[in-house]
Write a protein that binds this ligand. Sequence first.
Ligand SMILES: [Zn+2]
Length: 274
Amino acid sequence: MEKEILDKINKFTRREFSADELFVFSVILCDNEIDRDCERFSDNALDTLRGMFIGKTGIFDHKPSTSNQTARIFDTELVTDESRTTKNGEAYRYLKASAYMVRTEENRNLIAEIDGGIKKEVSISCSAAKRVCSLCGKEKSQGNCGHISGKSYGGRICHTVLDGITDAYEWSFVAVPAQVNAGVTKKYSESAEEKSASSAELPDTEEICREIRQLAFFSGGTKSAEKADSAMKGMSINELERLKKGYEQLIRQHKTEVQLIPEKSEESNGQFRI
Ligand SMILES: [Zn+2]
């Protein structure tokens, strides 16, 4: 490890760590691609986030309770990939973060997974004060401009541009196989108040299915992910929630095999033994 990197990390630690005690890796936090919600960060927003995410702690698999499995960002960088063009016709630009973990007995397996090159998906939470129509620039909070998100107007996809970032809250990290929903997701809200309000709401089915797939993969690789995929078909939101909890428990217990046996297959309150 270069001394320069070690110096940057030791600015965040209570005591000086040696290179051997640390594990360093990179993640892509967000980019300027139009995402599945038909939104994209402006260049300005990416630059603001670049500054805000330094020093921020990330959690793995949305489990803040496992405090030994956290990583901290010690450096960020905006990278432009001229060889790749976004749906909006711009050069692909992404916010890359360098993070470290202090090596412990507990996170040894996790580090091995990351080191093994398993595809990493990161989700971030931040506040965007401005949300404007990509075609006419009208602020979304000031009413409908008539343009429809996702629709093509003369070859340009209408989307919402997120700008005016006021805060970055957190980032979380899940290991996913390359073929399952690869890429970066983001969560944002217009204000801090709204963020806490929306987090109390039930997540939608698609979101839960995505998380279950990731958890399943994390617990048992591609086979588990496929198994979970077929098990999820036709499940109600309550059943999905339970299944997700089951996987989270499984990962906490460091088990690798999963068995899905619906006790009451026809009822929405069926339990799943894992
Ligand atoms: Zn518009």
